[in-house]
Design a protein around this ligand. Structure first.
Ligand SMILES: Nc1ncnc2c1ncn2[C@@H]1O[C@H](COP(=O)(O)OP(=O)(O)O)[C@@H](O)[C@H]1O
Ligand SMILES: [Mg+2]
Length: 274
C-alpha cells in the first residue's frame, strides 16, 4: 500500500528522538486470568514529544486502555520501559492528567470543586489553584457554570469539566481514553474543535486514545496505529495538515487521503478476539 509514502514510518523506526518526552520501549503486559495468562501488549514502542498531540488508534480489545494504565503507573509493565521527562514511570505521577471516557464527576460537588479534585487529592492548596480552575472553566466555555452541579449539565458539558479537571495541576502529559466516545456525533465534532483550541493554548503533551479515524487525524500531529492483541504499534502516520484545523479540514484532499489510508490498514487486520 503506497497511499501516503511521505508520512508513514515503520513502527520500528521509533523516533528515538532525544526530545521525546514520553518514551515507551519494548513494553509487554501479561494479565493473569482465570483461563491462564493473556498477553495484552507485546513489543510496544511509542514516543510522544513535548507539546506533541499523538493519537493511538486501534480496534476494540487491542490493549489501548491497558497501554494508558501503564503510562499512568497504575499497572507495571511485565517487560520493557516507560519514561516520562527522563524519569522511569514506577507509580502514579503528579505530572500526569487523565480524562476518561465517562467524566466520573462527584455529584455532590459543584463544577468548580470537581475541577479542583486533583488538587485536593494531592493535598495541595485549593485556594491557590482556584483562579487556575476558573481560567480552565473559561477555556472549556463553562465559566458561567462554576456553581452548578453535574446533574445540571449535558454530557458534553460534563466531559468538558473532566478535561478542565485533567489540566488543573498543569500536567506535563494529558492522557485521554476515548473521551468523546459516549457523546452524540454533533457534540463530538464541537468537542474535537474545542480540544484542539485547549491544546494549542496549554503547554501539555497529549496521548489520545480513540477508535475513530477522523477524530485521530483531525486532532493529531501523529497517529500511531495499534494492531489486534497482543497490541503493538504497527504504523505511525504523521498528519501534515496545517493548524488550526476546522470543519473544512475534513474536506481537504489530504485529510481524505490519510483517513482512507488508515481505513485500509484496519481492513487488512484480522478481527481482534474478545
Ligand atoms: N484486568 C484485566 N484482567 C484480564 N484481562 C484484561 C484486563 N483488562 C483488560 N484485559 C484484556 O486485555 C485485552 C485488552 O483490553 P483493553 O486494554 O481494555 O483494550 P481496549 O481498550 O483497546 O479496548 C482484552 O482482551 C481484555 O479482555
Ligand atoms: Mg479501552
Amino acid at each position: 500500500m503506497q497511499a501516503v509514502p511521505d508520512a508513514t514510518t515503520p513502527a520500528s523506526a521509533g523516533g528515538g528522538d532525544a526530545a521525546s518526552h514520553l518514551a515507551i520501549e519494548g513494553v509487554r503486559l501479561v494479565y493473569d486470568t482465570s483461563r491462564g495468562p493473556l498477553v495484552a501488549l507485546d513489543g510496544l514502542d511509542l514516543q510522544v514529544g513535548r507539546r506533541e498531540f499523538v493519537s493511538v488508534l486501534g480496534p476494540s480489545g487491542c490493549g489501548k486502555s491497558t497501554l494508558l494504565k501503564l503510562v499512568t503507573g497504575l499497572l507495571p509493565p511485565s517487560a520493557g520501559r516507560i519514561t516520562l521527562a527522563g524519569a522511569a514511570v514506577r507509580g502514579p505521577r503528579p505530572d500526569v492528567g487523565i480524562v476518561f471516557q465517562q467524566p466520573t464527576l462527584l455529584p455532590w460537588r459543584n463544577v468548580l470543586n470537581n475541577v479542583l479534585v486533583p488538587i485536593r487529592a494531592r493535598g495541595a492548596s485549593v485556594r491557590a489553584h482556584r483562579d487556575k480552575a476558573l481560567e480552565l472553566l473559561k477555556l472549556v466555555k463553562l465559566d458561567a457554570f462554576a456553581r452548578h452541579y453535574p446533574h445540571e449539565l449535558s454530557g458534553g458539558m460534563q466531559q468538558r469539566v473532566g478535561i478542565a479537571r485533567g489540566l488543573v495541576h498543569d500536567p506535563a502529559l494529558l492522557l485521554m481514553d476515548e473521551p468523546f466516545a459516549a457523546l452524540d456525533a454533533m457534540t463530538r465534532e464541537t468537542m474535537m474543535d474545542e480540544l484542539q483550541q485547549i491544546w494549542m493554548s496549554t503547554p501539555t503533551s497529549i496521548l489520545f486514545i480513540t477508535h475513530s479515524i477522523p477524530e485521530a487525524v483531525y486532532l493529531s500531529d501523529r497517529v500511531a496505529v495499534m494492531g489486534p492483541r497482543p497490541g503493538r504499534i504497527v504504523e505511525t502516520v504523521a498528519v501534515d495538515l496545517p493548524r488550526p484545523r476546522g470543519l473544512e479540514t475534513m474536506a481537504d484532499p489530504r485529510f481524505i487521503e490519510l483517513t482512507t489510508h488508515l481505513r485500509s490498514l484496519f481492513r487488512e487486520m484480522p478481527e481482534a478476539e474478545a
